[in-house]
Design a binder for this molecule. Structure first.
Ligand code: MRU
Length: 346
């Protein structure tokens, strides 16, 4: 499949007045490709909370379309409906800042023009910007990849997690298309297995050679010289470059540092939160214990055993070799370099 042929896991179908947001239900992958139709902001909120759609840029875009659905509802006035939907959608998942970023932009447009058509135009613009931004990130990152490299990635930062090609997987996909001989090691990504279920599915569809590993295998592969490059996505990046991403990312960055290997992040400008001085202020989502205590239909531990399930961790900027963004590469990763590339504190 050509590298620019995206899976489009979210798509607005029809007019602003009567259309719907169609989402590929990522909980069902890789076993089934089922689609969900969202016709009200509550449908979008449930899809984000239950992770039918996930990945920082993708939930931002879904929420933007969710406000279009709110604008065309009936009952109270449009401004009140949009306000309520903005609060509901913002409350679904706390860590990825792209969600608040997209909601803020569409809600601001709604204050001057709450017509569903105007909001749909903006949601589509944000979507198109994400597609173009993904492409820039991918080309920048792919230039750093050499033939023969083993590449490690964690969670899923591909087309399923964005509006376009993906961020970390976009980098990998473009390197592959450029004819570079690469091999990807995909962490399975406990506890929800985004690596096994989603990244392996995307890499298979793109024909990119890959091997699935347990998260805990990465350091051993580094020690054996099988990995030369690590790249992940991000959910929120503070002004000094500290980066929140899927739980386990921090451990990978430490392992890469120990082995003298470059650990990269790939993310659009919408993932930066310049209001936060550093990563200590990033809210980390904590999910249910059952994601850890159960496997399939059965419990994996004694009934009285409790589990702790933070969904993200924060990797200190000092462990990140560079960040590929749609505005250029941030290197070294520090406050000055972030501010030069992304902008000033709002
Ligand atoms: O809990 P998820 O699946 O939404 O977590 C996703 C990630 O951590 C991704 O790496 C991140 O959102 C970047 S997606 C381009």
């Amino acid at each position: 499949m050509p590298v620019d042929d995206t899976f489009a896991p979210l798509e607005w179908i029809g007019s602003a007045a009567s259309g719907r947001l169609r989402l590929l239900d990522q909980r069902e992958l890789p076993h089934a490709e089922r689609w969900i139709d969202c016709r009200a902001p509550e449908d979008v909120a449930s899809a984000i909370r239950d992770m039918a759609v996930r990945g920082a840029p993708a939930i931002g875009l879904a929420a933007a379309y969710g406000l279009v659905l709110a604008a065309r509802g009936s009952g109270t006035d449009a401004a009140a409906r949009i306000d309520a939907a903005e609060r509901l959608l913002a409350s679904t998942r706390p860590t990825a800042v792209n969600l608040a970023w997209a909601l803020r932009q569409v809600a601001a447009r709604a204050r001057s023009n709450p017509e569903p058509n105007a909001l749909l135009d903006l949601a589509r613009e944000l979507h198109a910007e994400d597609v173009a931004g993904n492409r820039r990130i991918a080309e920048l990152g792919a230039a750093r990849i050499e033939s023969g490299m083993g590449i490690l990635t964690h969670c899923n930062a591909g087309a399923l997690a964005t509006g376009g090609l993906g961020t970390a997987i976009g980098v990998i996909a473009v390197a592959h298309q450029q004819g570079k001989r690469i091999h990807v090691f995909a962490d399975e990504t406990r506890p929800r297995l985004q690596g096994a279920r989603l990244t392996a599915w995307e890499l298979s569809r793109r024909g990119i050679p890959h091997t699935l590993i347990c998260d805990s295998t990465a350091a051993t592969l580094m020690a054996r010289g099988r990995i030369q490059f690590a790249v992940t996505g991000a959910d929120r990046i503070a002004a000094n470059g500290d980066t929140a991403n899927k739980i386990g990312t921090y451990a990978l960055a430490i392992a890469a540092h120990h082995h003298g290997l470059p650990f990269h992040v790939a993310a659009p400008a919408s993932t930066f939160d310049l209001s936060l001085e550093d990563g200590s202020g990033i809210p980390v989502e904590e999910r249910g214990e059952e994601e850890i205590t159960s496997w399939g239909d059965g419990r994996t531990c004694p009934p009285q055993t409790r589990a702790y399930n933070p969904a993200f961790d924060v990797t200190p900027a000092a462990l990140i070799h560079s960040i590929f963004t749609d505005r250029g590469e941030i290197k070294p990763v520090d406050r000055d370099s972030v501010s030069r590339t992304i902008g000033l504190k709002p």
